[in-house]
Design a protein around this ligand. Structure first.
Ligand SMILES: *Cc1c(COP(=O)(O)O)cnc(C)c1O
Length: 223
């Protein structure tokens, strides 16, 4: 999978609903970034890795694995997620951002985040209106324990490629506007996380820097 991607695009392997063994197998094949969407499942996998390290007597086993969180995160689940992840891709409310900032202050950790805009056609999805994103970034200094790294988005669930194109173009335009209107924002704001198994080629044409691939790596999920 990795050798199909341009060098500028990072591959995030979405391991949700797959056993730890599947992660080990992908790790052995060279994959390093894995993403989970449920707090419980993420912390269970982190614990499983700890157990394996003890069993093998190898504290450094898979030590360069990196976890991202990509699901809806409730403010009462922060401690199951934030100690373990290098990036929370799915920040979808100011309330969550404020809770994460407080957690960061209490635990001395600056948390890297992507902001998730709401895609027009999907009324049920959480996410920010574009104006809310610009508002947050205009007062980013208030969030001392948050490092804003970019935008994460999902296209409408459809086979209609024109709709997917339009969604990715819309998400990309939010990212571009931030880069244009917030020149003082850290240069670390540089990630556009768009593209999943079925639409990543379209996403790459729209400037994706990070694709989140589940089923194409691990096979179908059994929910
Ligand atoms: C599950 C999930 C993916 C991966 O989906 P696939 O279609 O299996 O590649 C990507 N992003 C998010 C936010 C997800 O929840």
């Amino acid at each position: 999978m990795n050798n199909e991607l341009p060098a500028t695009v990072k591959l995030v392997a979405v391991s949700k609903f797959h056993p730890f063994e599947a992660i080990e197998e992908a790790y052995d094949a060279g994959q390093r970034i894995f993403a989970e969407s449920r707090p419980q499942e993420l912390s269970a996998k982190v614990k499983r890795l700890e157990e394996i390290r003890l069993e093998r007597g190898e504290p450094g086993y898979m030590s360069d694995i990196e976890w991202h969180f990509i699901g809806h995160l409730q403010t009462n689940k922060l401690k199951m997620v934030l100690p373990y992840v290098s990036l929370v891709q799915s920040v979808d409310s100011v309330r969550l951002l404020e809770a994460m900032n407080s957690w960061g202050a209490a635990n001395g950790k600056v948390i890297d985040v992507l902001l998730e805009p709401h895609v027009a056609a999907e009324d049920t999805k959480q996410g920010f209106a574009p104006e809310e994103i610009y508002d947050i970034l205009s007062r980013s200094a208030e969030f001392e324990f948050i490092s804003f790294r970019g935008i994460m988005g999902m296209a409408t669930f459809t086979e209609d490629e024109a709709v997917i194109e339009a969604d990715f173009a819309g998400i990309r335009s939010i990212y571009d506007r931030v880069k244009r209107d917030f020149p003082l924002l850290s240069s670390r704001f540089a990630e556009l996380s768009i593209g999943m198994s079925d639409d990543y080629p379209v996403a790459i044409r729209h400037g994706s820097t990070m694709v989140r691939i589940g089923s194409k790596i691990f096979g179908q999920r059994n929910y």
